[in-house]
Design a protein around this ligand. Structure first.
Ligand code: ZN
Length: 236
């Protein structure tokens, strides 16, 4: 099983690794990786795997049968190769910031309106949320975003740690942003935005809300009786 280095340190931009398998020449599994595989509403990382002086661009990273698989742009890597990995850091850092912002906004909306988040998708330039709420009032939404922006200007730390499933189940709203159920694992990774939100989560986040800056509403849509959709983005 590949060691997912980003779970312990989401700020790692470079690492060494050893190739443990290669399928069809371009689907590569490593013994350890800094690359996040697409999942949980967060897009995959991109970047480079470098062997000696040869650069293999990582164009997609997915999880298949529990393994993190890196799709590279050409064949040539072989089992046992010692490689150097390097992330497209501006892309990942932006995703970390908007992912963390999404937690805060979901938690505020949930607390303030009782809305349940039914879907979320991060993109490089915006975040999309679906939530279920009968009465949809733009002023409430604006007020929650203003509250979120106040938090993004303050010193609030974000921590992650492991809890037993039993302990995790006791956290109210532990799956607001996730799939509304807890993964069937004995130990869960909890991401805590101190005083704001605690969720079971395998994504990458910033360490402090200050790193987010400001967010702004892009647009809203009604998707049926109780289904609302909003798009927001980072100011920079
Ligand atoms: Zn998260």
């Amino acid at each position: 099983m590949t060691k997912a280095l980003f779970l312990g340190d989401s700020y790692l931009q470079e690492s060494s690794a050893t190739v443990v398998s290669v399928k069809d020449g371009k689907y590569v599994v490593l013994d350890q990786t800094i690359f996040y595989a697409k999942g949980g509403g967060q897009p995959c990382d991109t970047g480079k795997i470098i062997k000696d002086k040869e650069v293999f661009n990582v164009v997609y990273v997915g999880k298949f049968s529990g393994e993190i698989s890196h799709e590279v742009d050409h064949a040539g890597l072989q089992i046992g190769d010692k490689v150097h990995c390097s992330l497209n850091w501006p892309r990942r850092y932006k995703l970390m910031r908007s992912h963390t912002a999404a937690h805060v906004i979901a938690a505020l909306l949930h607390k303030g309106t009782g809305a349940l988040i039914t879907g979320n998708q991060l993109e490089e330039d915006h975040v999309r949320f679906d939530f279920s709420l009968e009465k949809f009032d733009r002023t409430i939404l604006e007020a929650n975003l203003a509250k979120a922006n106040e938090l993004f200007a303050s010193d609030v730390s974000v921590k992650s740690y492991e809890l037993s499933r039993e302990e995790a189940m006791k956290i109210p709203g532990v799956v607001i942003l996730a799939e509304a159920f807890l993964p069937d694992l004995p130990v869960l990774r909890i991401v805590e935005i101190v005083g704001v939100d605690r969720e079971a989560d395998g994504g990458t986040h910033v360490k402090n809300l200050k790193e987010i800056g400001k967010v702004e509403l892009v647009r809203t849509e009604n998707k049926g009786k109780n289904n609302r959709r909003i798009y927001f983005k980072l100011n920079q």
